[in-house]
Design a protein around this ligand. Structure first.
Ligand code: 4AD
Ligand code: MG
Length: 455
């Protein structure tokens, strides 16, 4: 017999004479003549309850059935007299697939702290909360592809190993095939030049936007920034659309449309999982998500944002003056207290932004935009790109970039250059937004952060 996933069994239209369920035991309760087993197979939040009459054979098997064990139960799917579930299994046979030693199995029935569960990241997807997070993560990834496919964007696989530093922040991990401590000159190395893990697929994506029109990349990116915060990981996934014949306003519009689409898709498809988070993780989750859907995002020039931050009575740890990069406390003030909805800040000082952003006519700011959302701060960072070859070259000189290294990038401005714009959205930050989860480590299967490379 083929196994039925619990999700499908629980959604059955009619009883079933024969059903085979396989999963992990959440609880077992024994009474005199029969036992209840709650089984979860990860297909959905809910467990299915199985009731098994005690026969001498079954009693023997039951001795090996503890919390965490994997078992197979076959029997009938019948209407459940109990509250909370429509169907249950009347088990006729019970087989233990893999035992779990009750003395050492770390997941007990009580609630465990997130810190504790981080230490057993290999087992935490077996809990309700983390099972739900990773089902939501999967759905969110699918939704991103659907959003872009519906808008005729092409999905480009940009390389993970790269020779250039897109953001120019020097936060790259080196890639080498040389043994540690030996002949560490780049010429002797695998690629014959310095190689790194990509911090962003943008520069490659730009080449494809200037060929295929509208494109996006969606893949892992790496940053060696030593910031141990709840919003930064050394390896994270980024969604990066890039559009030809588009400016910074088109860019902000696309970001707003995408965030709204993703929120509404997740509410439509994953209601029961999201309700779990609204109940247990963030009581204001539904209100936050509704605000996102209903509001039109504020669009605020950086210079005005600085004015607002200087005029408020609120005290910040980082002093505010024109020219600073906004800190999380500033970003959160703007969207949580001042506007109470997502806020785009745009036209940032050129000195705090990378070389590729388009210079504005004032000569002081560039066409950069960040989207700030409640609880998280920056979720999107993007810009209109500098399409004018001479301006781009003088920016690169100003920033002491080696133009030889970027010959191919500059070619795109030599041959049929066109205005274009794009952004990067942190995939994990989006997942934090829709779940209310406060720490990025808790929405990643095996997070990579400073001094942490377990699993
Ligand atoms: O603002 P960032 O650095 O922008 C870029 O990399 C551009 N090249 C993107 C583009 O225009 N195509 O990063 C974009 C987003 C941030 O807004 C944030 O959501 C996320 O990526 N992000 C991180 N997420 C988790 N951990 C980190 N260390 C992150 N750094 C950035
Ligand atoms: Mg940024």
């Amino acid at each position: 017999m083929k196994r039925t996933k619990i999700k499908h069994a629980l959604n059955a239209e009619t009883p079933m004479n024969e059903v085979l369920i396989k999963g992990w035991v959440r609880t077992k309760r024994e009474s005199k003549d029969f036992s209840f087993i709650e089984l979860n197979d990860g297909s959905c939040l809910m467990n299915i309850q199985a009731i098994i009459d005690h026969t001498p054979d079954i009693l023997e098997v039951l001795e090996h059935v503890g919390t965490g064990a994997s078992v197979a139960i076959s029997g009938q799917l019948v209407e459940s007299p109990g509250k909370g579930q429509k169907w249950e299994v009347r088990g006729q046979s019970l087989e233990v697939i893999g035992e779990a030693d009750q003395e050492t199995f770390p997941l007990q029935k009580k609630r465990h702290s997130d810190e504790f569960l981080r230490g057993i990241a290999h087992l935490r997807p077996r809990t309700n909360k983390y099972g739900a997070i990773f089902r939501l993560r999967s759905e969110l990834a699918q939704a991103i592809h659907k959003f872009f496919a519906d808008k005729d964007f092409f999905y480009i696989h940009t390389p993970v190993i790269t020779g250039s530093d897109c953001e120019g922040a020097g936060e790259m991990f080196r890639v080498t095939s040389l043994p540690a401590g030996k002949g560490d000159t780049a010429e002797n190395d695998f690629f014959g030049k310095p190689a790194h893990l990509t911090v962003s697929g943008q520069l490659s994506a730009e080449m494809f936007a200037l060929s295929l029109g509208d494109v996006y990349t969606f893949g892992p990116t790496f940053r060696a920034e030593n910031s141990n915060t709840a919003r930064h990981a050394a390896e994270f996934w980024m969604v990066e659309p890039e559009m030809a014949f588009a400016d910074i306003y088109d860019d902000m519009e696309l970001g707003e449309e995408m965030i709204k689409y993703l929120v509404s898709h997740m509410l439509d498809t994953c209601a029961s999982d999201i309700e779990l988070f609204a109940q247990w993780v963030d009581k204001s989750l539904m209100a936050t998500l509704e605000t996102i859907l209903e509001s039109s995002f504020e669009r605020l020039p950086y210079t005005e944002a600085i004015d607002i931050l200087r005029k408020t009575k609120k005290k910040f740890d980082f002093p505010v003056e024109w020219g600073i990069d906004l800190q999380t406390e500033h970003e959160r003030f703007l969207c949580e207290e001042k506007f109470k909805k997502p806020v785009y800040v745009y036209d940032y000082p050129k000195n705090i932004k990378p070389f590729y952003m388009r210079m504005n006519d004032d000569g002081k700011t560039v066409a950069a935009m960040d989207c700030l959302v409640p609880r998280i701060g920056e979720i999107i960072g993007g810009s209109q790109r500098e399409e004018r070859l001479d301006v781009l070259i003088s920016r690169m000189d100003e920033m002491h970039l080696d133009k030889e290294e970027y010959w191919w990038y500059l070619d795109s401005r030599r041959f049929g250059s066109a205005p274009h714009a794009g952004f990067g959205m942190g995939f994990e930050r989006m997942l934090m937004l829709v779940t209310g989860v406060a720490n990025i480590r808790d929405v990643m299967p095996f997070p990579r952060t400073p001094k942490s490379l377990e699993f």
